[in-house]
Design a binder for this molecule. Structure first.
Ligand code: SAM
Length: 237
């Protein structure tokens, strides 16, 4: 069959994206390791270190999937928190930390919840799992200190809409997909679609300018592995 991006109607897009991630949810983490040779771990570490999360932070991780980025954010906060244990105020703030994992696909979230339990993470209500669309988030304006979307922006139908949603919150930072990252889908149609969506994703410069257009300041990006992956970030003042 010939199945090209052009023929994909917008209504089709969420269905195809849905199929891909429903098919792979249970193997997603293993697949990530295989596809990137384990490098996604370093990329996510880098993302979190740039984000520089703090005790008491309210953070929204969109397209959060199985929680990989959220777990790292929590780990980072907890280790910062431990260092600050002497300071009773920081200790209190640690209890107020809330990391929201938002994903359009409940299967991914369910795998994530199970992983969190296995790791003994989030039982203290610091992890909140929310089904939702990056293009229409159900959180109030200015209700977050941070926003990330890792390997997820290319999946949304209208990038500008997702960016303008991101701008409703405070700080913003995210990474884009590696070209190798998607030899994943169980069925050909969805797979074909994803390959096209990666190919068509705007260049680093263009994407940075879209982030500026959405109203963010101090927009920058860092190429990793020679630009196979990039972390874009911006601030809202
Ligand atoms: N951020 C995770 C990571 O880096 O391991 C998961 C990335 S995975 C490649 C992309 C995720 O985006 C999937 O879990 C998918 O369900 C989700 N997704 C796709 N379209 C979305 C949308 N419009 N809104 C929210 N999540 C979406």
């Amino acid at each position: 069959t010939s199945f090209g991006f052009k023929e994909v109607r917008e209504e089709e897009k969420s269905r195809l994206v849905g199929n891909v991630f429903t098919n792979v949810a249970s193997n997603y983490d293993l697949m990530n390791d295989l596809m990137s040779g384990g490098l996604h771990r370093l990329w996510k570490e880098r993302l979190v270190s740039k984000l520089n999360p703090f005790p008491g932070m309210k953070h929204l991780d969109v397209a959060g999937g199985t929680g990989d980025v959220a777990f790292r954010i929590l780990d980072s906060i907890n280790s910062v928190g431990k260092r600050a244990m002497r300071d009773i105020q920081d200790d209190n703030r640690l209890d107020e930390t809330q990391i929201f994992v938002c994903d359009i696909n409940p299967n991914m979230l369910n795998v994530g919840k199970k992983r969190a339990q296995e790791r003994g993470l989030g039982g203290d209500k610091s992890l909140i799992w929310v089904e939702g669309d990056a293009e229409a988030l159900k959180f109030e304006d200015e209700s977050m200190d941070g926003y990330t979307i890792a390997f997820g922006i290319r999946n949304v139908t209208h990038i500008e809409k997702a960016l303008s949603e991101a701008h409703r919150y405070d700080y913003y930072s995210f990474s884009v997909i590696p070209a190798v990252g998607q030899l994943v889908a169980g069925d050909r149609e969805s797979y074909q679609y994803l390959v096209e969506s990666i190919r068509r994703f705007p260049s680093q410069e263009k994407f940075a300018s879209m982030i500026v257009d959405a109203g963010f300041q101090k927009v920058e990006y860092e190429n990793l592995v020679g630009g196979v992956v990039a972390i874009h970030s911006g601030l809202k003042f």
